[in-house]
Design a protein around this ligand. Structure first.
Ligand SMILES: [Zn+2]
Length: 161
């Protein structure tokens, strides 16, 4: 059985939930018991989510539907895969506010890859057609390319409230 762990930490008015492991058929068992213990402000961190499968998507939507009742929910450090889910399935995000996302970049000359964090108030673009600074490869200094199409990757920005 895959290993899922939740780390819940209260910082001021916010509960920070850090999820480690896959979002899959075992997700609901881990997340649902937590809902009733949550305060009104929740930050969900996706940095350590390994992958998402279709059972996981359903479990996640069920969890979020309960979790967002009377609560403010913020997503942070969404992985490229989570952003893909958010773009495909509006209920994956529902009323949550997205504070930061990772985009995956690759260098065509040396095959280096890295994730770049886009954070609200720092470098997160305003909409999907805003221009984005291209990071330079740390090995060969060439411009790197985002692995997704920029306007598709940031499509959720246009729907965000
Ligand atoms: Zn390179």
């Amino acid at each position: 059985m895959a290993n899922i762990t939740l780390n819940i930490e209260k910082k001021g008015q916010w509960e920070h939930i850090s999820y480690t492991g896959p979002i899959n058929e075992d997700t609901e068992v881990h997340l649902m018991p937590v809902v009733s213990q949550l305060g009104p402000n929740v930050i969900f961190n996706f940095r350590k989510v390994e992958y998402v499968n279709s059972c996981g998507v359903r479990a996640w939507i069920n969890f979020l539907r309960e979790a967002e009742k009377g609560r403010k929910v913020i997503f942070e450090e969404c992985t490229p895969e989570i952003v893909g889910q958010i773009n495909m399935i509006p209920n994956f995000k529902s009323t949550a506010h997205i504070r930061s996302v990772y985009a995956s970049y690759a260098c065509e000359s040396c095959d280096s890859q890295k994730w770049v964090l886009f954070e609200e108030g720092r470098n997160l673009p305003e909409s999907s057609d805003s221009s984005i600074e291209t990071p330079a490869c740390e090995k060969c200094n060439k411009a790197m390319e985002m692995e997704e199409l920029e306007d598709e990757f940031f499509a959720w920005l246009d729907a965000a409230g």
